[in-house]
Design a protein around this ligand. Sequence first.
Ligand SMILES: Nc1ncnc2c1ncn2[C@@H]1O[C@H](COP(=O)(O)OP(=O)(O)OP(=O)(O)O)[C@@H](O)[C@H]1O
Length: 924
Amino acid sequence: MIGWMGSLINKRWLDRDRDKDQDYYYYYYTQDRIPSGVAHRPVQRPSALLSPAVMFGTRKTWDLGHAPCLQELWKKDVSLDASSVDFLMSDGEEDCSFLSLPAATFPQRTALTTTDQLETSQHNHNQQLLIQTLQEKVCEFQARLRREEASRRLQLQRLQQSHLQSHEQSLQEKTNVIRTLKEEPHTALPNGVRAVQRLAEPQEQQQHSNRLIQEGEQLITALRTQVGELEEKLLDQTQEVERLRSELGATDLEKHLELLVVENERLKQELKACKTSLLQEAPPPACTATDCPHSQDAEALRGEVSRWESQARPRERRLAELEQQESKCQQGEVEQQLSVRLRDCEEELARQATQPHQVKYVTEIVEVESSESQQAVAEAQAKSATLQEQLSLQRQLLRELETQLHESQRTSTQLRAQILVYEGEMERAQGQLEAEMQNLEEEKNRVIEEAFIRAESEMKAVHENLAGVRMNLLTLQPALRTLTCDYNCLKRQVQDFPLMLEKAITEAKQEICQVIGEVSSANQELLRKYKREMNLRKKCHNELVRLKGNIRVFCRVRPVCRGERDSAENMVSFDPDDDALLYLSNKGKLMTFELDKVFHPQATQEQVFQEVQSLVTSCIDGFNVCIFAYGQTGSGKTYTMEGVAKDPGINQRALRLLFSEVTEKAPDWDFKITVSMVEIYNETLRNLLGDNQGEKLDIKMNLSQTVGHLYVPGLTEFTVQSPEDINRVFELGHMNRATACTNLNEHSSRSHALLIITVAGFNSSTGHRTQGKLNLVDLAGSERIAKSGAEGSRLRDPELPAHHLLSDSLSGDSKTLRWCSNMSESVCSLKFAQRVRTIELGNATRRQWENSSTSSSWRLQRVELDSPPVTPVPLPISRASSAGSTLSASSKTPNTRRRSQSQLSTDRLLGRASPLVGDGGQDD
Ligand SMILES: Nc1ncnc2c1ncn2[C@@H]1O[C@H](COP(=O)(O)OP(=O)(O)OP(=O)(O)O)[C@@H](O)[C@H]1O
């Protein structure tokens, strides 16, 4: 059913007042429905406002904003043509040019001024107003219908929601009950039932719980089914409401309204046609009121109007029927009364159709009252429906509760039956338990009796063992006494042990001291023997050196320089099997020379020094040693003796070796090493380490013979203690030598350079003293010596001072080494060297203070070396017969050589006869 919601304002059509300029419609509110705040006064509405754009069900729009208002049209001329009506029914979007009504529409304006015309016009006008009013009401009815429909839908939704909520709440309660039963089934049951359940078997409890759960689930399913059914019913009701609404809704009313509008238009056209025909058929002459054809026409028109009204009557009845159909949808006596009243009103409306004002008034009242009634009916129906729904819900809930009650009663009955069953089982179980208790009591007594018997027998066995132990204890007592005695004895020994230990330590110490003394004395003896052996070793070493020859001659061949490419005639070759042989090819003749050792050009300074270091160390033992280099200028004498800074020669290496040797002997020996440097140039000795380089030195014989045979008064001696001191001495000597000459090379080739090293030792443990001298001589060029006689007196005998100075190193108690560096033009030098090799200086003796007085005096002998050179023996030759000099015959073997040469003097060595300054005037 459709119910009207909200308050309506009753308005009554009272009168229409016409102003000269503007039409007014007066509406009066009914006295009993005037809302508060609204004044009881007529409402003036301008005619333009009276015709708003009305929305029909067909969506047609009256766009009166562009057209003359209807009232104005009726006032001027109601003869609307078809185009005007179409416009009024148009949607307002069409062209409005036709709105300016053509002048032909009002051609006979003055002809309508008669009374009939006025009445007809008034009638049509009223009819039009009625239709318009009906249209407005229809619009209002439609708007209300829509609002009511929206409100009804909202209410219906609320009802559905409340219905669903109530059902959901009921479902939730049942679900909670079921969950409670699932979680703790016995809590939902009476105390008696719970007690029985505690006694029941777990399996039965589980079954009962499952059964309850199943029942609850079934209940839930049933409730859900009911909810579904209710929802279906609700849907049916909704559809029914929709259907009723469609039957009674705005659609039919709108259709009916459209029909009425069309009919109205048709009537207007017929009226217009009638007017036109009247105007054409009867021109307006002056007529009387009685016989005027217009009055007849008027009568005819009235009849026509009445006919139309009679035709409108069924339509109004149809309207009433529609209202009745609407009312039929309502229930109750109120509806019937309202329908009856509505019908009466319709009839009254039909009856007063000839009186438009009254008809309109009554219709208005009826419609208003009908709306109010319909609204009341709708509200009542809605409340009734709500109450019915609530009643049905309550009834349904009641039925559900009754169903649950029945279920609970049935469950209670079942549980009581189970209680009876469980009680019977409990009685039976109690009987069984008592019987088992009796059996256990008997078993316990029996076991206790058996344990007692077994304990008695075990006790007897223990007693027997105890007696045996006592017997053993009696026998062990003597052994215990023995052990106690032993213990006491050991204890006394332990107490005496420190004294015994101290005594033993004292004795051991004495023995150790005695052994140490013996070892010390043995060590002393061993030391003495060691020293003796050392002396013996030195003697053997010296003897070996002596056997090798006091004068040993080495030959070192310098590498050939680029500008010294010799011709093939002077080629030097070496023997691969004997390092003592040297071959020299001179003018197609091959000469062989035998020396003590031949060094290849590739021999290093270190290899050369290794051959002479034994001589150097013998200086520490008190021997005088002389090493001199002989050869022509540029043959490498200075290189061999002094060397270069990066690769020092014999001089520096000898001093370094002496330092290392004396350092090794340091604990027992105290050595002092002194160095002097002398240059002999033009028969003059120059002190290279002195401050005054212009001072000339002399060689004197030491008569006391405590230091040496010869000495140079005023010769500077530096005591060196480290290799750094040696470097400083050499630098000073070189500097002094260089400052005294303009051409160092020329000066070097014409002068002799002597490095005199004196080693004095003192053995603090033995009191022995030793003194040795090492003379390292770099002689002048041999060709200079050979040419000295031809070049004047200044170069004559340039080696004379050196001869004197080296006399002690060339005497019988000295060791001499000669270097002969030769090149292509050194055949003479080699021959000389070979002859020198045959010279024997006599037995070398160590110069010691205790036997220095017994040292043999040195003698100088003139040796004639100007004998012609010996023709070399062609290769191959044996070493024993290799010597090609005139002296070779006497040097077949070392022994014979020494014997035959034992009387040769150093003059032969030097190859020059010279006046000698002898020791004590000795002169041979
Ligand atoms: N064994 C060698 N290895 C390399 N170079 C050497 C060797 N011997 C000599 N020389 C070089 O030959 C040149 C001449 O040598 P050195 O000056 O020693 O001859 P010298 O016989 O002393 O001459 P002088 O009689 O004029 O003093 C030097 O440049 C030297 O470096």
